[in-house]
Ligand binder design. Structure first.
Ligand SMILES: [Zn+2]
Length: 289
C-alpha cells in the first residue's frame, strides 16, 4: 500500500497541477464512488492539497475538501495545461484514462481533467467541510507522523512520543511501526527497511527495544522515508504519480523485496522472508538481532 513518501509525492504534484483550476463538471462512473451533492462543488477552485499520513485532502474555495484515501490501488491522474511535459502513461494505469477502472472524472476549466482510477476499489473519496477534515473518523484516529517533509503541518512524531509508544506494548516492533493509530504514514516497505537499517529483528517485542536501539530506529525511519521521497516513492502494485509516471524507490530498497539475495550490509547472509501479521517481512538473520 502506498505509504507516506508515495502519498506525499502525489500531494506535491497535485498541488502543482490543481491549484487555480476550477471544477466544471463531475462524472461518477461507478455508483460506489457517488459523491453526494457533487453539484455543490461546481465552480469552486482548488486552493491547496493537504496530507494526513496516507490520506489526501484536496481543498476547495467553497470551504469543502475532497478527501481521498487511495488504499491499495487508487490512482489520481491529471491531464491538462499545468502538465508541462506529458510522459507516456505507466502500464500500471490499466485501461488508461478514462478506462474500465476510472470511477470518477473531475472536468476542470482550461481543459484540465483529474481522473480517479482504482482496480481493487478499496480506496475511498469523500467530501467534507475543510475544517472538518481533521475530525474525519479515519484521520482523527491517526497517530503522530514522522516530520520528513518541508511544509509539514500535522502532529509530528517526536523521539519522546516514539519511546513512549514502544514502551507501552509487547507487540512485534514491525507491527507497531505499521499501526496507523500509533504512528501515521509508515507501511510495510519502509518498516522493513527501517528495521534493517537499525539492525533490529522485526519480531522483537516493542517494549524490549533498548534506548539506544530506539534512537537508531527513530533515525532510520526518518532516513528511509526521506529516501523514499527522493525517489518519488515505490511503485508496487498500482502506485503512479498524477503525471502518470512510476516511483523508483523499489530499485533502492535496503531489504524489502530482496528474499534470497545477499544482505547489502554484511554481504554474506541471504535475506529471509516470512509473514508477520500477514505482511511480507524481510530480514537479515546475521545483522538483525
Ligand atoms: Zn546482513
Amino acid at each position: 500500500m502506498p505509504e507516506l513518501p508515495e502519498v506525499e509525492t502525489i500531494r506535491l504534484q497535485l498541488e502543482k497541477f490543481l491549484v487555480g483550476h476550477r471544477i466544471e463538471k463531475i462524472e461518477v462512473k461507478n455508483p460506489r464512488y457517488e459523491i453526494p451533492q457533487k453539484d455543490n462543488l461546481l465552480g469552486s477552485e482548488f486552493i491547496g492539497v493537504r496530507r494526513f499520513a496516507k490520506v489526501l485532502s484536496l481543498d476547495l474555495s467553497n470551504k469543502h475538501s475532497i478527501v481521498v484515501h487511495i488504499k491499495l490501488t487508487g490512482q489520481l491522474i491529471y491531464r491538462g495545461p499545468n502538465l508541462k511535459e506529458v510522459a507516456a502513461l505507466s502500464k500500471k494505469v490499466v485501461g488508461g484514462v478514462p478506462g474500465a477502472h476510472t470511477h470518477i472524472i473531475f472536468y476542470l476549466d482550461r481543459g484540465g481533467v483529474l481522473y480517479y482510477n482504482d482496480i481493487r476499489r478499496f480506496g475511498w473519496v469523500r467530501v467534507v467541510g475543510s475544517d472538518q477534515v481533521v475530525k474525519e473518523g479515519f484521520i482523527s484516529k491517526l497517530g503522530p507522523e514522522p516530520a520528513v517533509t518541508d511544509n509539514f503541518t500535522g502532529r509530528a512524531l517526536t523521539f519522546e512520543d516514539f519511546k513512549k509508544i514502544l514502551s507501552r506494548t509487547k507487540r512485534a516492533i514491525k507491527v507497531v511501526l505499521m499501526d496507523q493509530t500509533k504512528i501515521g504514514g509508515v507501511g510495510n516497505i519502509y518498516a522493513n527497511d527501517a528495521l534493517w537499517l537499525a539492525k533490529i529483528d522485526p519480531k522483537r517485542p516493542a517494549d524490549k527495544i533498548t534506548e539506544k536501539e530506539t534512537e537508531e530506529l527513530y533515525d532510520s525511519i526518518n532516513k528511509v522515508l526521506r529516501t523514499g521521497l527522493k525517489y518519488g516513492g515505490a511503485s508496487e502494485l498500482a502506485f503512479v504519480t498524477p503525471d502518470g509516471r512510476e516511483g523508483k524507490y523499489q530499485e533502492h530498497s535496503l531489504v524489502y523485496g530482496r528474499e534470497n539475495m545477499p544482505c547489502k550490509r554484511c554481504h554474506t547472509a541471504k535475506i529471509k522472508k516470512y509473514f508477520l501479521s500477514g505482511r511480507g517481512t524481510y530480514f537479515c538473520p546475521a545483522c538483525q538481532k
